[in-house]
Design a protein around this ligand. Structure first.
Ligand code: ADP
Ligand code: MG
Length: 698
C-alpha cells in the first residue's frame, strides 16, 4: 500500500468491493437499486449487510453507524458495535439487512424547526444506496437520509435527492423533444472548492472567541496583513505542506478526489478542490472533507478554521460550487455542440439557468444565509449579497444578437435562427477573469460563489436544481404543445433573454456603482443579512415552486425557516456572550494591570527624581482609563441587549433584534477594545494577537 492508486478508496465499499464480495445475483439486484431506485428485498439486504460487515471487520472496523446530515449543517452518527453474544461466552460479529436499511436514532435533540412536534416525535434514518458506505474511525458509516415517521425530511440529503430527481425529470422531457431517445437520466455534478484557515492549536486554545464561535471577536489590525498579496499561490510552508499531505492521504483512502491545493489570498488561508462528481456524492464528500480537515489539523497541533470570516480586515473563506448537468451518456448539457440542433439545445439549457437565477435570486441568497456568511458577502473578498450572473462578453453578445434578431457580427449576412443555423463561433471565456460575479459561467459549468466555507453545499444545490427544474418544466410544457417546434423554441429563447437579461452583469461585482445599478435600475434584490433574506423563503411563488416539484412540503419549508433563523440567533447570541465574558474577565483586567504598572512607574520615577514630569506615563494612563471606561460601558450595553434578546420568544422578531441592536453593540465593544490593544504592552495582552495567529504557522 504505497502508491496512491493502491490505497485510493481503500476504506470505501465501492463498486469494486461489491463485485468482489457479492454473488452475481445479489450484485445485480443491488445495482438495480443504486441505478434505478428499485427496492431491495430482505434476502438481498441481508446478503449485502453481511458482505459489508465482513469487509469492514477485515479493515479493522468494530462498529457501524447510520451517517446523516441533520439541519445543524454538520453530520451526525451514533455508533453500535457489531458484537453479539454467542452461547459459549464468546462474541460474534453481526449486522443484518434490517440494520443496514433502517435506523432509529434518538432524534429529539436535532433541530427540526418545530417539525417533530407537528408530526411524530421520533425520526428514522434510511440507507441511501447511491452513496457508498465507508470506514471512518473503525466504524462502518452508512450514508442515510433522516426523516420523521410522518415522512417529513429532517435532513439536507432528502430534499437534495428530491431536487436531483425533479431536475432529471424535466431535463429528460426537454431532451426527448430534441429527439434524444437514448439518455436514461440527467444528473447534476458539483465540484466544491473549499477555503480554510490554519492556526496554531496552542494559540487557538488561548482564545475563547475562536473556541466558542470559530472567529475572532476582538483583534487590532497587525502591521502586515494581506496587502502585499505575497501569500496567494505562494510556497507552502513545511508545517502546512505536511498537513496537506496527511489530509490528502486520508481523503484519498475515503475515495474523495482531492485534487488541487494552494495558498489563498489571506495569510494562513488555503484552498482544497476535489474533482467534481455527482451532487449527492459531492455533498457527502464535502461534509467528510470538512470533518477530516479538522481532525488531521489536530494531529499537527493545528486548528482548521472553517468560519466564513475568522479575522476582521482579512479575506474570509468561501466555497465555490461548480455546477453542471450531464447525461448518463456523458454529454455535458452546458457545452455548445457541433450541430445547429445541439446548439439550440445548449442555448435552451443555458436560458433555463438564466431564468432560474433571476426568478429565484432570493432562494439562492437564502441557501447561503448564515450569521458567519453575512460578514463575508459584500466585504471586499466576496460577491455582494446581490445575485447576478456573468456570461462573458462573447456569449452575452450572442444572446444580444438573438434577442434583437440582428447578425452576431458584421461579417455575417443573415440573422441566426435557432435550430436551423449553427451558433456563431465564439471563444468560450474559460479563463474566467471575472472573479467578482456570484454566479459565473465558466465555459461548461456555472460557478456559484456566494457559499460560505462552513455551509453544507446541499442547500445551495437543492435551490439551483429546483429553480432550473422549474424553468425546464415551463419550457417543456410549451414545447410539447407547440405546432411548430423551431419557431416556438426560438421565441421562447428570445423571450427569456428579453425578460431576464437584467440578471446578467459582466462588470466588477465589488463596485459600489454596481450595487446602485443592480437595485435601483435593474430591480435586483439586495438581501444583506440572514434576517432580511429568510422571510423570502415563505413567499408564495417560492413555496409554490418548491412544493410543486415535491422538493419540500409546506411544513418542511416552514421548519427550515425556523431552524435557519434559530441557528442564526443562537450563533450571534453566543458571540455576544463570549464578548461580554472576554471583555470583563480578560481585556479589562489586562488594561487595568498595565495601568497599575504605569502608575507604579510614575511613583518610582517621582521618588527617584522629585518633580519629574512623567508626561508619557500619565498621558497613557489617562487615555487607557478612558478606554477602560468605554469598554466597561459598551460591555454593559451589550449585556443588557443580550438579556433583552433572551426574553423574545418569536424567532423572526429575535432575528430582527439581533440585526438591529446586538450586532451594532458588538461592533462598538470591539472598536474600543481594538483601540486599547496597541496601547497596552504586548506581554499584558491576554490573548494571542492577529499577528501571531496569522503568521504563527511556519
Ligand atoms: P478554478 O475555478 O480554480 O479555475 P476549475 O474551474 O478548473 O478551477 O475547477 C474548479 C472546480 O470545478 C473543480 O472542483 C473541478 O473539478 C470543478 N469542475 C470542473 N468541471 C466541472 C463540471 N463540468 N461540472 C462541475 N464541476 C466541474
Ligand atoms: Mg473556481
Amino acid at each position: 500500500m504505497n502508491t496512491v492508486s493502491d490505497y485510493f478508496g481503500s476504506l470505501v465499499f465501492d463498486d469494486r468491493v461489491m463485485k468482489a464480495t457479492l454473488s452475481a445475483e445479489v450484485y445485480s439486484s443491488l445495482k438495480k437499486t443504486i441505478d434505478e431506485g428499485a427496492s431491495l428485498n430482505t434476502d438481498v439486504a441481508n446478503a449485502v449487510a453481511d458482505a459489508m460487515k465482513d469487509w469492514a471487520v477485515e479493515h479493522g472496523a468494530t462498529h457501524f453507524t447510520h451517517w446523516f446530515q441533520p439541519l445543524t449543517g454538520i453530520t451526525a452518527e451514533k455508533h453500535d458495535s457489531f458484537i453479539s453474544p454467542a452461547p459459549d461466552g464468546r462474541v460474534i460479529m453481526e449486522f443484518s439487512g434490517k440494520e443496514l436499511i433502517k435506523g432509529e436514532p434518538d432524534a429529539s435533540s436535532f433541530p427540526s424547526g418545530g417539525l417533530r412536534a407537528t408530526f411524530e416525535a421520533r425520526g428514522y434514518t434510511a440507507w441511501d444506496p447511491t452513496s457508498y458506505a465507508f470506514i471512518k474511525d473503525k466504524t462502518l458509516c452508512i450514508p442515510t437520509a433522516f426523516c420523521s415517521y410522518g415522512g417529513e425530511a429532517l435532513d439536507k440529503k432528502t430534499p437534495l435527492l428530491r431536487s436531483m430527481e425533479a431536475l432529471n425529470k424535466q431535463a429528460l422531457r426537454i431532451l426527448r423533444l430534441f429527439g434524444n431517445k437514448d439518455v436514461k437520466c440527467v444528473r447534476t455534478s458539483v465540484g466544491p472548492e473549499q477555503e480554510y484557515f490554519l492556526v496554531d492549536k496552542d494559540m487557538y486554545e488561548k482564545r475563547k472567541d475562536l473556541m466558542f464561535t470559530g472567529r475572532t471577536l476582538f483583534g487590532a489590525k497587525p502591521p502586515k496583513g494581506q496587502e502585499l498579496d505575497d501569500h496567494y499561490f505562494g510556497v507552502i510552508k513545511p508545517r502546512v505542506a505536511a498537513y496537506m499531505a496527511d489530509l490528502n492521504e486520508e481523503l484519498w483512502k475515503l475515495g474523495i478526489l482531492a485534487k488541487t491545493e494552494h495558498n489563498e489570498v489571506a495569510p494562513a488561508q488555503h484552498e482544497l478542490a476535489p474533482i467534481y462528481t455527482t451532487t449527492n456524492i459531492a455533498t457527502d464528500h464535502n461534509q467528510l472533507t470538512m470533518e477530516i480537515m479538522q481532525k488531521v489539523a489536530s494531529r499537527h497541533n493545528l486548528v482548521c478554521l472553517l468560519h466564513e470570516k475568522p479575522f476582521a480586515g482579512v479575506n474570509g473563506s468561501g466555497k465555490h460550487n461548480n455546477w453542471s448537468m450531464t447525461t448518463d451518456t456523458g454529454v455535458n448539457l452546458l457545452t455548445p455542440g457541433e450541430t445547429p440542433y445541439e446548439n439550440a439545445q445548449f442555448l435552451l439549457f443555458l436560458c433555463a439557468v438564466i431564468k432560474a437565477v433571476d426568478d429565484y435570486q432570493d432562494l439562492l441568497r437564502v441557501s447561503v444565509a448564515t450569521a458567519g456568511n453575512d460578514h463575508r458577502l459584500g466585504a471586499n473578498e466576496a460577491p455582494p449579497a446581490v445575485v447576478s450572473m456573468f456570461l462573458g462578453d462573447e456569449l452575452t453578445a450572442v444572446l444580444d444578437a438573438i434577442e434583437k434578431e440582428e447578425p452576431y457580427n458584421a461579417a455575417e449576412k443573415t440573422v441566426m435562427k435557432l435550430g436551423v443555423h449553427t451558433l456563431p463561433k465564439f471563444t468560450r471565456d474559460t479563463t474566467d477573469r471575472n472573479r467578482t460575479s456570484p454566479f459565473a459561467f465558466t465555459g461548461n459549468k456555472f460557478e456559484f460563489r456566494m457559499l460560505g466555507s462552513a455551509n453544507s453545499i446541499a442547500c445551495t444545490n437543492i435551490m439551483i436544481n429546483a429553480a432550473v427544474a422549474e424553468s425546464l418544466k415551463i419550457y417543456a410544457d410549451r414545447l410539447e404543445k407547440a405546432d411548430d417546434f423551431e419557431t416556438t423554441l426560438h421565441e421562447m429563447i428570445r423571450k427569456t433573454i428579453k425578460d431576464h437579461k437584467r440578471i446578467i452583469f459582466n462588470g466588477n461585482g465589488y463596485d459600489d456603482a454596481w450595487l446602485k445599478e443592480a437595485t435601483e435600475k435593474r430591480g435586483l434584490l439586495n438581501l444583506r443579512t440572514t434576517p432580511d433574506a429568510l422571510p423570502t423563503l415563505l413567499e408564495k411563488k417560492n413555496v409554490d415552486m418548491l412544493t410543486s416539484h415535491k422538493i419540500f412540503s409546506l411544513a418542511e419549508i416552514q421548519s427550515r425557516y425556523e431552524a435557519t433563523l434559530e441557528n442564526y440567533c443562537k450563533a450571534v447570541n453566543i458571540e455576544a456572550l463570549t464578548m461580554v465574558e472576554m471583555a470583563r474577565r480578560e481585556i479589562l483586567p489586562a488594561v487595568e494591570a498595565y495601568i497599575k504598572d504605569l502608575s507604579d512607574t510614575v511613583s518610582a520615577k517621582k521618588s527617584a527624581v522629585p518633580g519629574i514630569s512623567c508626561k508619557y506615563e500619565t498621558g497613557l494612563i489617562s487615555k487607557l482609563s478612558e478606554l477602560a471606561d468605554g469598554i466597561d460601558a459598551a460591555t454593559d450595553e451589550l449585556k443588557a441587549s443580550a438579556e433583552e434578546y433572551a426574553a423574545i420568544d418569536d424567532v423572526t422578531k429575535a432575528s430582527f433584534f439581533i440585526r438591529d441592536s446586538i450586532l451594532g453593540k458588538m461592533e462598538s465593544l470591539r472598536a474600543v477594545c481594538d483601540e486599547a490593544e496597541p496601547l497596552v504592552a504586548e506581554k499584558y495582552w491576554p490573548v494571542p494577537t492577529y499577528e501571531k495567529l496569522l503568521f504563527g504557522v511556519r
